[in-house]
Design a protein around this ligand. Sequence first.
Ligand SMILES: NC(=O)c1ccc[n+]([C@@H]2O[C@H](COP(=O)([O-])OP(=O)(O)OC[C@H]3O[C@@H](n4cnc5c(N)ncnc54)[C@H](OP(=O)(O)O)[C@@H]3O)[C@@H](O)[C@H]2O)c1
Length: 357
Amino acid sequence: MTLLVYGASGYTGTLVAERAAERGLPLVVAGRRADEVVTLGRRLNVEHRVFSLDAPADVDRGMAGVTVVLNCAGPFVRTAQPLVSACLRARAHYLDVTGEIAVFEALFERDDEARAAGIMLLPGTGFDVVPSDCLAAHLHRRLPTATHLSLAFRAGGRMSRGTARTSIEGAGQGGRIRRDGALTRVPAGHRTIEVDFGRGPRKAIAIPWGDVFTAYVTTGIPNIEVYIAVPARVRVGLRLTRLLGPVLRAGPVQRLLKARLQAGPAGPTAEERRQGNSLLWGRARDPSGAVVVSRMETPEGYELTRLTAVASAERALAGEVRAGFQTPARAFGTDFVLGFPGVQREDLPLVSASKSA
Ligand SMILES: NC(=O)c1ccc[n+]([C@@H]2O[C@H](COP(=O)([O-])OP(=O)(O)OC[C@H]3O[C@@H](n4cnc5c(N)ncnc54)[C@H](OP(=O)(O)O)[C@@H]3O)[C@@H](O)[C@H]2O)c1
């Protein structure tokens, strides 16, 4: 039984590798930067492997004897497929911490292959999408007739450099929602709603977050939108990307934005992770007009990510797997997220059609 953490020397990868070592898991740290991976392996006193994802033969060698891969190397649009292909060949389970819709979509396409190989594909084991996926499943459990689902979150604290890089790559691509079961393109920030996370109303704007893909797989609810609560200037900026789309997607602009990132810190400090928190809100409604709302509070996003990603890998190592493409709530249950310290869920009473009319 071996867990291989790929991208282990990145900001999130290091948090995850440290946690896996703390848990005493049979760990191998891996990545493409020899100096950083070797240093990390020595510090954690675990095996290290250096390989890039460019040539399948190198990936196969790096994967020798591995039972579970936890990929922390993002943007995942470039790293997920070569690792999944290697997992299929090696019959190892694949997990990652992506939040990218394109990655969920691409791995979902490989469901049949994964079932045939008897392996689990479980992307999204971090802040996106573990708490929101469990919240979606919980709302569906409360209102099984639901046809519309809205999810919103407020992430306390700042982004890591890698998350910002991934967002830059997605900038200018517009928004995505689920409409009648289909992934549908909409203009960036096409809608703003008012959300009460339990601390008074806040404005939240639509974003193409991973749950647009995964919550449908988990619940079957055909209409899904995801929102983020951010200050007015960020909402304006997001809407502006509609006009700037082609500019933002251009190579020189992408390079300039990414170069500016390099100067910033790798991610939140340990103190910021300890002190921060995140708030989630979800609402489901059915054709009769019945509405349920539930809310959740969790630790700061990267703090929760290191806990949920490693717990997911630990369960997979222990044989708690379902072959094929899975979401966190499908793999480990609707209440999976409640098992982590600092996570609380609150249900507002169901409002029936007559009351909401
Ligand atoms: N869903 C969630 O809740 C969640 C939570 C945390 C992080 N994330 C995502 O995780 C990713 C990593 O974030 P981070 O802050 O850890 O970033 P980071 O510090 O920049 O680390 C990224 C790591 O991935 C490696 N990598 C990137 N592209 C690669 C490729 N094509 N081949 C091999 N290795 C590659 C990097 O290696 P090099 O240094 O050689 O480039 C680096 O080791 C981001 O996409 C972020 O959005 C998601």
